[in-house]
Design a protein around this ligand. Sequence first.
Ligand code: CA
Length: 229
Amino acid sequence: MSAEQPTVLVVEDEPAQREVLSYNLEAEGFRVSKAEDGEQALLLAEEDAPDIIVLDWMLPNVSGIEVCRRLKSRAETRGVPVIMLSARSEEVDRVRGLETGADDYVVKPYSVVELMARVRAQLRRTRPASVGERLEYEDIILDSETHRVTRSENQLKLGPTEFRLLTTFMEKPGRVWTREQLLDRVWGRDIYVDTRTVDVHIGRLRKALCQFGGNDPLRTVRGAGYALG
Ligand code: CA
């Protein structure tokens, strides 16, 4: 796939369906994290910080609807797109589904091709580089397929960490990222890295972005973190 492999959280209580779905997503190049009920889903949604959640409607204990509602009410998970799966196709269900804050809705039995297209469509909106989109910010162009970055048509030399940092910034220009959020996104949650490391790599990224001149597009937000623009 591309620079960053997006993580999909699959929430499905039926083992056979969960495995088929996971297998297909992995075959498409996604990382998959799996939950078999609503409680586990809510836990993994915070722990694994997935890029997208495919959520079955019919789950034991906490229903998919309730899981979706809770995900959308928490600041940490609100922005993660949710695709609901349901066996019921009535229009009323669709409306109810969308009222829970679900971003999309697929009726079972679904075609794998269609579901993959829906997953990609959501990611194109929230994590464009992860599905190979080219990112642009002012005179900077980042190609996530070839890992090339140019500024005013000059090709920039960037280390892998600086490339991932820039990708994160360019996916959401103007957004202020805390050092902790950048650590999660760029280094991953499983690795312990000191927050000062972020400052070191930001310094390198700034230098790289200005290697052929031009203004420093990165903004230091005192007491908060960093933003592009
Ligand atoms: Ca189910």
